[in-house]
Design a protein around this ligand. Sequence first.
Ligand code: B16
Ligand code: MG
Length: 228
Amino acid sequence: MTTIEACLFDLDGVVVDTAKYHFIAWKALAEELGFEFTLEDNERLKGVSRMQSLEILLEIGGLQFPEQEKLAMAEKKNTLYVSYIEKMTPEETLPGVEQFLQELRDNGIKIGLGSASKNAPMILDRIQLTHLFDVVVDGNSISEAKPNPEVFLKGAEKLKVLPEYCVVFEDAIAGIEAAQHANMFSIGIGDPETLGFADLVIPGFDGFTVSKFKSAFGEMTIENHTDT
Ligand code: B16
Ligand code: MG
């Protein structure tokens, strides 16, 4: 029998699509530096921290800079990125997410956010979903990036739930790996070809209900039993 007490959600690519705004901002930086940055390149940045993203971008451009200049570039990219996410609206929440979060809450399941983004609180605020999360662990409170399990282990700890009673929802390979390293169940959001090593892969939350969640996990029982 499987007991699930908490669900931990990645943000970008799971709750909302911010990758398009990251793309605009990284592309502008690349153009300023004199090279092309494509949508395909942008795929490599999903789930990756801001500074790691910059390293990948500079590698694509074949450029190297001292640390101080890299920090200034990341800051500049973030200023442009924030100018877009500041204008986000609840309509940008991915289909079915809000309903599924609400249904989980109605069933006594705790909910946490586990995101690499330092802008996660602002994004949740703009899409008006902050109230559905019991805890938020984001890029401001972690020192190790996914696939390190830190972000999810911190989420479980803050929720006072043991890792083996948690399910992680993730769109990035590194995020599924992080869930597995944390000894949590994982559900991939996206393509089974890429995320097939997760416990389950779904295309998104549209039509995904707690009842489907239960049956997907076979014998799973969902209990509101906390580790005290
Ligand atoms: P920021 P997630 C990640 O969010 C994005 O997927 C990734 O592209 C971004 O570089 C990272 O957050 C850091 O974002 O610059 O806002 O701190 O998928 O972990 O929710
Ligand atoms: Mg993601």
